[in-house]
Design a protein around this ligand. Structure first.
Ligand code: SAH
Length: 254
């Protein structure tokens, strides 16, 4: 088969955070497929077709992209951040696994992007300097019992935990419930980072002790990073935001 399908990570928002390889994959595509706000971030290339969709039916979008590629098109499926992190790459491979056997002969690649967790961490210092894990708080694709069990296990293991998809209109209570679970395992002064729209003009970053976090100050564009027991703040004074970091060594004295 001659068609090509590349699943491209656009990074969190700042165009300078798009890799040159991702830029090339976008510019050489005959067709772009993805959620409308992501497609809008891609510079126009003359003659390129844009297939913008809403954000719900990822698997249908993945099948559509595979069908286009099977017809010989050069397709770029776009995702915010990294396409392999809670995004389109898994949907494409799920569609591939369950779909037309001929699709397996396509040239299928993934172009990585900077995921939200890494961009947010870079803004505040080095909170992911020790062991960490990432979870999606969405219970659309898995049950809340699974989310809760994994969060408890991550806290028990003293990971720094990055929470993607913390809240939405359809899922208003989950972040509050998650923070209550965090409060059972961590001290009230544990640093929590709420990083919203990192790399976009409306970026907003807050570093708060666990006891002061209001779930309502997060939205769909926010990533929440929960410190481990070893995560600490470095105060800078003069109205400057503190740095937050997690030492790599457990021998650092407080
Ligand atoms: N593939 C994306 C994640 C998709 S899940 C990535 O790698 O970043 C969507 C969630 O990602 C959002 O609910 C939010 O938690 C997080 N997110 C995506 N872009 C973000 C940004 N610019 N700033 C902060 N969080 C972001």
């Amino acid at each position: 088969m001659t068609g090509r399908l590349t699943i491209v990570g656009l990074g969190p928002g700042d165009p300078r955070w798009l890799t040159p390889a991702a830029s090339e994959a976008l510019a050489s595509a005959t067709d772009l497929v993805g959620y409308a706000p992501y497609i809008a971030r891609v510079p126009e290339t003359p003659g390129q077709r844009r297939h913008a969709s809403d954000n719900r039916v990822e698997l249908d979008r993945a099948r559509f992209a595979l069908e286009l590629a099977a017809k010989g098109h050069r397709v770029a499926v776009v995702s915010g951040g990294d396409p392999g992190v809670f995004a389109m790459a898994a949907a494409v491979f799920e569609a591939l696994e369950g779909g037309d056997a001929a699709w397996r002969g396509l040239d299928i690649r993934v172009e990585p992007g900077i995921t939200a967790m890494l961009a947010a961490a870079a803004r505040v210092g080095a909170p992911l300097g020790g062991d960490f894990c990432a979870m999606s708080l969405s219970d659309n694709l898995k049950s809340w019992e699974v989310v809760e069990a994994r969060l408890r296990a991550a806290l028990h293991a003293d990971f720094v935990v990055a929470l993607y998809n913390p809240i939405s209109h359809a899922r208003p209570w989950q972040l509050g419930a998650a923070l209550s679970i965090v409060a059972e395992a961590r001290t009230p002064d544990t640093p929590i980072i709420l990083a919203r729209a990192v790399g976009r003009p409306d970026e907003r970053i807050a570093i708060l002790p666990l006891s002061e976090v209001e779930p309502s100050s997060a939205d769909m564009s926010t990533i929440v990073i929960i410190g481990a027991s070893t995560t600490r703040r470095i105060e800078r004074g003069d109205g400057e935001a503190p740095f937050v970091y997690t030492p790599r060594s457990y021998r650092v004295s407080p």
